[in-house]
Design a protein around this ligand. Structure first.
Ligand code: SF4
Length: 368
């Protein structure tokens, strides 16, 4: 347990559910925020952990009232030892950013905001079912800056049906004018649990692949460097919390649907609000499942996560850390991808080439 340096807290509330969303959310149930934050404070935590990163995600954490936010942070600080200089990220959506909330979060020690902008083009926001518009997103960003946040991520979605290359590049250009330190760019994916899936919305994956190459190039020109498949930052502003995931590190997750990974065991909580609250009330634990990956599988999984990062992964060091060697058939598969130009060596690291990043899911599936 002492290896855990990262805490994720899931806040499931959203005003409505966006049609592309497949996350575990509790739409329109904010009246339960008091019971939820109270239940979070009762989740069992085996020992006092010293945290280097805290990530409050959702859902829409910013829709919590100021009272609920103050309680959430008071409980978290009482139960965990948050290291000086720890990265504390809070997710916000533009429609629930206001001056008092931004100032409160700053005073509570939040030092990184992830803002769900998604687009700065009103028809695109409408197509995504988002409640905010361009003007609201720009205003929210300005409020965050005025409150003192100097480490802000903005999310953007591209590759919607009917969206042209010019639409995407214009949208990205506008996003870049905000001057955020970090940008997460996602091609629209139609997930099974989403309304878009039920409506049979279709995306053109080939066109999305071409757009991906273009947006990566544009980000590089803007000096916002890619360090992971979907993530770009100015130097020094990479997400430490997410890098811990990609390096296969341990983390504790609290809240509805939250997953944890500690000392080789993965476990997770109930993924609906009623089930989470009922279990917490009945048992003081909302855990509904766990698994322990055999070390060989965990080694391969950690290697594949490492390939998501542009710097790649040092396989020799990974094998030393695990005290294991990757099997010959997997190493042969990796050799094959070198020959195909999808993976390459750089110093001690193996990493995906620009072409390999386009098809990393297929590469990973073949190595597994
Ligand atoms: S996409 Fe975000 S804001 Fe929309 S429903 Fe999902 S979690 Fe909530």
């Amino acid at each position: 347990m002492t290896g855990v340096k990262s805490l994720y807290v899931h806040i499931p509330f959203c005003t409505t559910k966006c049609p592309y969303c497949s996350f575990a959310v509790a739409a329109g149930q904010l009246k339960q925020e008091g019971a939820y934050v109270e239940a979070l404070s009762r989740e069992r935590v085996p020992e006092r952990l010293r945290l280097q990163t805290v990530y409050i995600g959702g859902g829409t954490p910013s829709c919590l009232s100021t009272e609920a936010l103050a309680r959430l942070f008071a409980d978290t600080r009482a139960r965990f030892d948050i290291a000086d200089g720890a990265e504390i990220t809070f997710e916000m959506n533009p429609e629930s950013v206001d001056v008092p909330k931004a100032r409160l979060l700053c005073s509570l020690g939040v030092n990184r905001i992830s803002l769900g902008v998604q687009s700065l083009h009103d028809p695109t926001l409408q197509a995504l079912g988002r409640p905010h518009r361009r003007e609201g997103a720009v205003r929210a960003f300005e409020i965050l800056r005025s409150a003192g946040f100097d480490n802000v991520n903005v999310d953007m979605i591209y590759g919607l049906p009917g969206q042209s290359r010019d639409d995407v590049m214009t949208d990205l250009g506008r996003l870049l004018t905000l001057g955020s330190e970090h940008v997460s760019l996602y091609a629209l994916n139609i997930e099974e649990r989403s309304l878009f899936f039920a409506r049979r919305v279709d995306v053109d994956q080939d066109a999305q692949g071409e757009l991906y190459t273009e947006v990566c190039r544009r980000m590089e020109e803007a000096g916002v460097y890619q360090y992971e498949i979907s993530n770009f930052s100015r130097p020094g502003f990479e997400s430490r919390h997410n890098i811990n995931y990609w390096e296969g590190g341990d983390y504790l997750g609290l809240g509805m649907s939250a997953h944890s990974h500690i000392a080789g065991e993965r476990f997770w909580n109930a993924d609906t609000l009623p089930a989470y609250l009922d279990l917490m009330n009945a048992k003081g634990s909302a855990r509904t499942g766990s698994e322990r990956l055999p070390p060989h599988e965990k080694l391969v999984e950690t290697f594949l996560f490492g390939l998501r990062m542009n710097r790649g992964v040092d396989l020799d060091r990974l094998e030393q850390a695990f005290g294991l060697e990757m099997s010959m058939d997997k190493k042969e598969a990796i050799e094959g991808f070198f020959e195909m130009g999808l993976l390459e060596e750089q110093g001690e690291h193996i990493r995906a080439t620009a072409h390999g990043r386009l098809v990393l899911d297929e590469v990973s599936a073949r190595i597994i």
